[in-house]
Ligand binder design. Structure first.
Ligand code: ADP
Ligand code: MG
Length: 509
C-alpha cells in the first residue's frame, strides 16, 4: 500500500515541504530511500527499524521504498526519521489512517523510540503555515520555537508511541506559546553600560555608532576596556521588531544554535569569532551551506577583537556582506544567499606591544614594526568603518571610583528616537540608517550651509583627510544632528564628527 506523510527540509534559512512517499509491497524484504538522501538520511533506516521495534510495534518484513519528493534537491540530517516511521506504519496498515489531517511532521528518532530535537523548526513552521497546513508535529524541545508562528496547531511529541496516539485522537489540545510582544519590547541583557566606569568619550562614540548604524573601531592598550565596551553595544541598540526577531531566529535555528527552550531570539546578537576563524566559519559554508558568523550577527553586532591578527583573506571576504548586507555562498550544487546586516565593531592595540598610545607605559616597538602592524588592515576594510576612536587606559582612581555611569536603557531610548527619524527619512528606500546612505544621497539628506561647509573643508585640509573622509564625516554629522533631534546639521555636529576620523590620520597618515 502507498502512504504519504508531509515533512520539510531547509534551503538556506528557509524551508520547503518534502513529501515522504512510502510504498510497502509484498515481495522480498528490502528497504530503499531515494530522492537524494545524504548519509544521515540513509542511516535513518536503522534508527526507524530499531525505534519501531522498541516501541512494541511490528516492522513490516516486506519491500519498502521511500521517495523524498521533490526528488531533485539534496536532503540531509535526521529530521525525516519520524515521518518515515509514520509513513511505513501507515502504508503497512500497522496503524490506521490518521484522524489528524494536513500535518507536517519532523523529528529525529532514537533507537529506543524517543523523539529528539532538530534544527530549523521556526522556518519549517513558517513554511508549513504558508502552505496551508493545519498542524505541525515537532519534538517537544522544539515546541516553543514552532509556537511562535500563529495560525498553525503545534503538537509536541516525545516518542513514537505518543505520536501514534496523537494521530489516532480527534482534536487533542495544541501547544500554546507565550506572548512575544513584551519579550521583544524589553529584551534582557545581563550586562549594562553602567558597569563601565568613566570612558565618557568612548561611550558617546558608541551611542553615535548605534544611532546611525555606523561601524566602529576602538584602538587602545590591553585592559583599557575595549572588549567590555563592545559587548555592551547590543544593549543600547533599539529593540528588535517582530520581523527582525523572526529572521534572526531563523538563522540561529538553521545553524543549530538555538538555546534550549527558547521560542524566539529577542535580544540583538553579539558574535565575537576568534581571529583564527576560517573563511567558511566567518561567511558560512559546508556542502549544504550553513550560515557563518556574519549571518549569525545579522541585526546585531559582529565584534572582531585584535583585528590585525585576522588573516587578510578572511577580512577580504567580509567586504560583500559589509557592502550589501547579504552573503552569497556558491557551491557546485547551488548558490545560497544569507542575510548578513550587522554592525562591525573592531578592536586593536595601537602597536604590537600595545602601549604606543599609553602615557604611563613605554612602548618598545620599532617604527617599522608599528607600520607593518597597522598596514595589516586593508584600506578598503578601513574605508567601511566610519568611526575610529581611541580608548585610553583608566587611572587606578578612576577604576576604583564608586561612581557608576549612565545605564543602557536611557541611552537606548535616545538611540531609538534617532532611528525613528531615520526610518521616516528613508521611507520607501532600501536604507534603514544613516550609515547605509550612498554618496549621491548625501546631497539630499545631509544639506549643510556655507559656513558649515567651510568648516568641514578647513578640517579636511588641515587634518589631511581623503575625499572619502568627507562623505563619512557628513554621514556622521547627520547622525549626531539626529541624536540632538535637529533637522539641520550645525557646526558643532561637524566638529564632533571630525574627531571620529582623526585617528586614521594619526596612525595611518
Ligand atoms: N571603564 C571600566 N570600568 C570598569 N572596569 C573596567 C573598565 N575598563 C576596564 N575594566 C576592567 O578591566 C578588564 C579588562 O578589560 P577589557 O575590556 O578586556 O580590555 P581590552 O579589551 O581593552 O583589553 C575588564 O574585564 C574590567 O574588569
Ligand atoms: Mg579585549
Amino acid at each position: 500500500m502507498l502512504a504519504c506523510v508531509d515533512s520539510a527540509a531547509l534551503m538556506g534559512i528557509d524551508a520547503y515541504i518534502v513529501n515522504v512517499e512510502v510504498d510497502v509491497s509484498s515481495s522480498f524484504p528490502s528497504f530503499t530511500i531515494v530522492g537524494l538522501p545524504d548519509a544521515a538520511v540513509q542511516e535513518s533506516k536503522e534508527r526507524v527499524i530499531a525505534a519501531t521495534r522498541n516501541s512494541a510495534l511490528e516492522f513490516p518484513r516486506r519491500r519498502i521504498v521511500i521517495n523524498l519528493a521533490p526528488a531533485d534537491t539534496k536532503k540531509e540530517g535526521p529530521s525525516f526519521d519520524l515521518p518515515i516511521a509514520l509513513g511505513i506504519l501507515i502504508a503497512s496498515e500497522t496503524i490506521s489512517q490518521p484522524m489528524l489531517k494536513r500535518f507536517v511532521a519532523i523529528g529525529e528518532l532514537s533507537l529506543d523510540g524517543s523523539v529528539k530535537p532538530v534544527n530549523g523548526v521556526l522556518p519549517i513552521a513558517l513554511d508549513a503555515k504558508a502552505n496551508g497546513k493545519e498542524a505541525i508535529i515537532v519534538p517537544k524541545e522544539n515546541a516553543r520555537e514552532a509556537a511562535v508562528v500563529r495560525g498553525i496547531h503545534v503538537f509536541p511529541v516525545d516518542c513514537l508511541t505518543q505520536t501514534i496516539e496523537l494521530l489516532k485522537e480527534c482534536g487533542p489540545e495544541p501547544f500554546q506559546g507565550s506572548p512575544l510582544d513584551e519579550a521583544l519590547e524589553n529584551p534582557e541583557y545581563r550586562i549594562d553600560f553602567s558597569d563601565v566606569k568613566a570612558q565618557e568619550a568612548a561611550k558617546r562614540a558608541l551611542e553615535v555608532a548605534a544611532a546611525g548604524g555606523h561601524n566602529i573601531i576602538m584602538i587602545g592598550p590591553p585592559g583599557s576596556g575595549k572588549s567590555m565596551l563592545a559587548r555592551r553595544l547590543p544593549t543600547i541598540l533599539p529593540p528588535l521588531n517582530l520581523d527582525e526577531a523572526l529572521e534572526t531566529t531563523k538563522i540561529v535555528s538553521v545553524a543549530g544554535q538555538m538555546p534550549a527552550n527558547t521560542a524566539l531570539i529577542t535580544s540583538r546578537p553579539f558574535r565575537s569569532p576568534h581571529h583564527t576563524v576560517s573563511n567558511a566559519g566567518l561567511i558560512g559554508g559546508g556542502t549544504i551551506p550553513r550560515p557563518g558568523e556574519v549571518s549569525l550577527s545579522h541585526n546585531g553586532v559582529l565584534f572582531l577583537d585584535e583585528l590585525p591578527e585576522f588573516s587578510r583573506d578572511v577580512l577580504e571576504v567580509m567586504r560583500q556582506p559589509l557592502e550589501d548586507g547579504v552573503v552569497t555562498i556558491s557551491r557546485a550544487a547551488m548558490s545560497l544567499t544569507f542575510p548578513a546586516r550587522f554592525m562591525l565593531v573592531a578592536a586593536m592595540n595601537p602597536c604590537p606591544c600595545g602601549f604606543a598610545t599609553d602615557p604611563t607605559r613605554n612602548c618598545n616597538c620599532m617604527p617599522q614594526q608599528v607600520r607593518r602592524y597597522l598596514m595589516k588592515i586593508s584600506g578598503p576594510l578601513l574605508d567601511r568603518i566610519d568611526i575610529h576612536i581611541e580608548v585610553p587606559h583608566l587611572r587606578q582612581d578612576q577604576l576604583m571610583s564608586e561612581q557608576t555611569g549612565e545605564a543602557s536603557l536611557p541611552i537606548r531610548d535616545r538611540v531609538r528616537r534617532a532611528r525613528e527619524v531615520q526610518q521616516r527619512r528613508f521611507e520607501g528606500l532600501p536604507i534603514y540608517c544613516n550609515a547605509h546612505m550612498q554618496s549621491k544621497q548625501l546631497k539630499t539628506f545631509c544639506p549643510i550651509d556655507e559656513p558649515v561647509k567651510d568648516l568641514l573643508k578647513g578640517a579636511i585640509h588641515q587634518l589631511n583627510l581623503s575625499a572619502r573622509a568627507y562623505d563619512r564625516i557628513l554621514k556622521l554629522s547627520r547622525t549626531i544632528a539626529d541624536l540632538a533631534g535637529l533637522e539641520q546639521i550645525l557646526p558643532n555636529h561637524v566638529a564632533e564628527a571630525v574627531q571620529y576620523r582623526s585617528l586614521d590620520r594619526k596612525l595611518w597618515g
